[in-house]
Design a binder for this molecule. Sequence first.
Ligand code: ATP
Ligand code: MG
Length: 258
Amino acid sequence: MSGLEVSGLTVRFGGNVAVNNLSLEAPLGRLTGLIGPNGAGKTTTFAAISGLVRPDEGIIRLFDRDVSGLAAPPRAQLGLGRTFQRPELCSSLSVAENVALGWEARAAGGNPWRHLVPRRTDGRALREAVATAVELCGIGDIRERKVGSLSVGRRRLVELARVRAGGYRLLLLDEPSSGLETAETTRFGAVIRRMVDEDGVGILLVEHDMALVMEVCDYLFTLDFGERIFAGTPAATRASGVVRAAYLGDAVLQDAAG
Ligand SMILES: Nc1ncnc2c1ncn2[C@@H]1O[C@H](COP(=O)(O)OP(=O)(O)OP(=O)(O)O)[C@@H](O)[C@H]1O
Ligand SMILES: [Mg+2]
């Protein structure tokens, strides 16, 4: 399996077990959802996958390589990307310039001097990476706009394009639809679906918006109290009594259906 594989992940904070013996896969070319109630351990799972939290037990594999012993930067260098709850874009720069920063950060790798002294020969590769990412994320029409003038929804798309321009192939998205209006959420869902279908990236999506999750995901893992309680397609998840009891009340389900 090429992509992300988590086996037997356990993370404790003091006496509190945040994630308990969790296994999941997020292969390339699939949009995988990770859902569950508040405090279920979703963000902690992301932190362990990224290398920001040291697990008590478990193995993380990335593109068939055991990365459990690696720090966060080398995992990112292998192609693991994430976007953040608080967008870290530069408001005074244009969309295209922000996307270019993603490429430059990756191209510079561990060598900070290359941020300051980019090689001339990189110009063409940079332009191509930016053009591809901007097009993929459907923001070609606003590429010269200053990011500060954009809606939250558009900024999320710029963030996605920036991560993609950085060459990241496996994306962790933690509640990307928070703060978006319904139309923006729909657009965002279409863009991530396209990144998976046309570009072949793998996405692991944490999201509370069940309409979005049920619409765009191929496969879902459901957590409760740090444990995986269900794994299956959105339809199977929706039908599961265990998931209903833990998380999806009837109201939420009707929401998703409508
Ligand atoms: N740094 C930390 N120190 C101690 N406890 C923590 C820490 N981070 C998370 N926890 C605890 O671990 C558990 C899982 O939290 P986590 O943030 O992973 O949940 P979540 O599924 O992302 O929830 P939400 O849907 O609200 O974002 C919770 O009980 C939380 O209080
Ligand atoms: Mg969280």
